[in-house]
Design a protein around this ligand. Structure first.
Ligand code: MAN
Ligand code: CA
Length: 262
């Protein structure tokens, strides 16, 4: 028990110093009231603090909510933009792929064209060289109403004939003793326009006429190895016996004859 309470009880019981007791009690009541006021003030302050805190949090919450909404909107618009851009890029890629395929095709076509041109060029060079060599080796002669061209390069009978036909002429046809002697003097070894390829033993000139005057070498035509269907003019000591039959696939020089149109 505190000292002051012991004094109140002691004096109360005995009835001594009542004013002091009252004063004391009033003092206690005032002190209690101060305490209560202080507590009320503290409580009020706490409430104010709590209110301020609530307001601050509420404002923060509102801001965050707004921020969240704006971010959601941004995210949505970004997603939409991304979708549009993705679509654009996909169509871009498709176009580029088509363009690339087109270019690949063009490249392939061009490559083929280049190859064709190369081969044409190669053939033309070959043809030019052949023409050059034919021209350089070409010997021109004239007898009667005919012009003759002796080619010094060698070809099969058919190829040689084609060469003559390309120039509007044909392989040499000997139709007289004089013509035979003329060529004997040239000392040539060349294809004649004479063949029995259609019917063995039936010798025909390239103009379709049957052979009448003949200047075969002795023992010819012998169709050696059953494979000689084309006639060749050969150098021989005997001017009227100079022809031989040979395989048409052999390579020989040839003479083209161009008969003047009457
Ligand atoms: C020899 C003869 C000819 C024949 C040739 C073939 O010269 O038998 O009749 O045409 O060989 O190379
Ligand atoms: Ca022969």
């Amino acid at each position: 028990m505190t000292g002051s309470r012991m004094i109140v009880l002691r004096h109360g019981r005995s009835g001594a110093y009542p004013e002091a007791l009252v004063a004391r009690q009033e003092q206690v009541v005032r002190a209690r009231a101060r305490c209560f006021r202080l507590a009320a003030v503290c409580l009020g302050l706490l409430c104010v603090l709590l209110l301020i805190t609530n307001i601050v949090f509420y404002v923060k919450y509102i801001n965050l909510e707004e921020e969240k909404n704006s971010m959601s909107k941004n995210t949505f618009s970004l997603r939409e933009n991304f979708k549009v851009e993705r679509k654009t890029f996909l169509s871009y890629i498709t176009n580029l792929t088509e363009e690339r395929d087109g270019l690949n095709n063009s490249y392939q076509n061009l490559t083929e064209e280049v190859d064709q041109l190369k081969s044409i060029y190669k053939n033309m060079v070959k043809e030019r060289d052949e023409l050059k060599s034919s021209f350089q080796n070409l010997k021109c002669m004239s007898f009667g109403s005919s012009n003759y061209y002796l080619f010094n390069n060698k070809k099969s009978w058919s190829e040689a004939r084609q060469e003559c036909r390309n120039k509007g002429a044909d392989l040499l046809i000997i139709s007289s003793k004089e013509e035979q002697e003329f060529f004997k003097k040239q000392d040539v070894h060349a294809w004649l326009g004479l063949t029995d390829a259609e019917e063995e033993g039936e010798w025909k000139w390239v103009n379709g006429s049957l052979m009448t005057t003949t200047f075969w070498k002795g023992g010819e035509p012998n169709n050696a190895n059953q494979g000689e269907d084309c006639a060749v003019f050969t150098p021989s000591t005997d001017p009227l016996n100079t022809w031989n039959d040979m395989p048409c696939t052999e390579s020989e020089k040839w003479i083209c004859e161009l008969t003047a149109v009457p």
